[in-house]
Design a protein around this ligand. Structure first.
Ligand code: TXA
Ligand code: MG
Length: 318
């Protein structure tokens, strides 16, 4: 038996979608509740409760300098937190809030320092998933929610994954089935007038943001440290992950099959199915004791968010 200090396990209950409003009340009382959004499952806590925020970091084994996204029920609450001169964001917000879009703005006074990892900014999202909506409305406070994985591992996109990751670490997990999008929201810094910078790509692309806002995309050298989460290793299932382009796929598959007895080769019908199923496929491969995973590459232009996740998960691009 291990002699190292072990986390105290807490009793976790599985809840149905109909329990979402009551689960929101649990959040307002300081408890941690995992819930589905259309992107990935989130690990929710009251964003105005410093002790609950501290427990989110502990439940995920997350580095303290990686800030959390605050989730709101309505776009109006987000508009109220925008810096002056942000009227050009109206169409973007009308189109993608609710949706898979997160805006980084100056931190409001109510934000506990732990929420923003010591930065002077805060990230805001309005999820579209009805269960997420009911939770946030039930909580009556902004809900801080990172993806509900232990740090560095694939984000949960099904209840089964969320349960395996967070059982014993949170008060409740809501079973909302599979997430439709499957990769996390696009994170965009909109603090500088007339400009924006994408800190984490997702389904909402830079082209779309330019078109809807008239703003220019800038990528500053400092953008990486400004989105601390992008510094860390991500989405790793614990076995080697290889990526290979379509034209060399058959050849590399054969070579790897000789090296790895049980090579998992997930198949997806299209890009949308790939994004929705990628994290589950990585997780499922380890669960089935595969020795390695082989993923097919895509072009960055076709789906920048998915491309980013495939390449972050990869140990090697062949
Ligand atoms: O789709 C999503 O965004 C999911 C669902 C649950 O909403 N949430 C999510 O949270 O992916 P998380 O914590 O796994 O990733 C948040 C990302 C991290 O890369 C973090 O560094 C960045 O957003 N972030 C949060 N606040 C920030 C801030 N103030 N400035 C820059 N980056 C920030
Ligand atoms: Mg995450």
């Amino acid at each position: 038996m291990s002699t190292s200090r072990r986390r105290e396990s807490i009793h976790t209950v599985a809840l149905a979608p109909g329990d979402a409003t009551a689960a929101g009340k649990r959040i307002s009382r300081g408890e941690l509740v995992v819930f589905p959004t259309e992107t990935v499952y989130g690990l929710g806590a009251s964003a105005v409760d410093p002790e609950a925020i501290r427990r989110v970091f502990a439940a995920k084994d997350r580095p303290a300098d990686n800030p959390l996204i605050s989730h709101f029920a309505t776009p109006t609450e987000v508009r109220d937190l925008l810096p002056p001169g942000s009227d050009d964001l109206d169409d973007l917000i009308a189109t993608w809030m609710p949706g898979p879009l997160t805006l980084v703005v100056p931190a409001p006074v109510w934000a506990p320092p732990g929420l923003s990892g010591g930065l002077d900014s805060i990230a805001l999202r309005v999820p579209a998933d009805p269960i997420a909506q009911a939770i946030i409305a039930g909580a009556g406070v902004p809900v801080a929610a990172p993806s509900a994985n232990r740090s560095g591992r694939p984000s949960p996109t099904t209840f089964e994954m969320a349960w395996a990751e967070m059982k014993g670490r949170v008060a409740a997990i809501i079973d909302g089935g599979a997430c439709t999008i499957g990769i996390e929201s696009t994170v965009v810094d909109v603090r500088t007038p007339s400009e924006f910078s994408v800190l984490r790509p997702g389904q909402v692309t830079a082209e779309e943001i330019s078109r809807l806002t008239g703003r220019t995309e800038v990528t500053r050298a400092s953008d990486r440290p400004r989105s601390p989460g992008t510094r860390y290793r991500h989405y790793h299932p614990g076995i080697p992950v290889f990526v290979v382009s379509k034209d060399r796929f058959a050849e590399k598959r054969q070579v790897l099959s000789q090296q790895y007895h049980d090579l998992a080769v997930p198949e997806f019908s299209d890009l949308q199915g790939y994004a929705a199923g990628l994290y589950y496929a990585l997780w499922d491969a380890t669960r089935n004791d595969a020795d390695a995973v082989l993923l097919i590459d895509i072009s960055r232009e076709d789906a920048p968010g998915l491309y980013d996740r495939i390449h972050r998960a990869a140990d090697e691009v062949l």
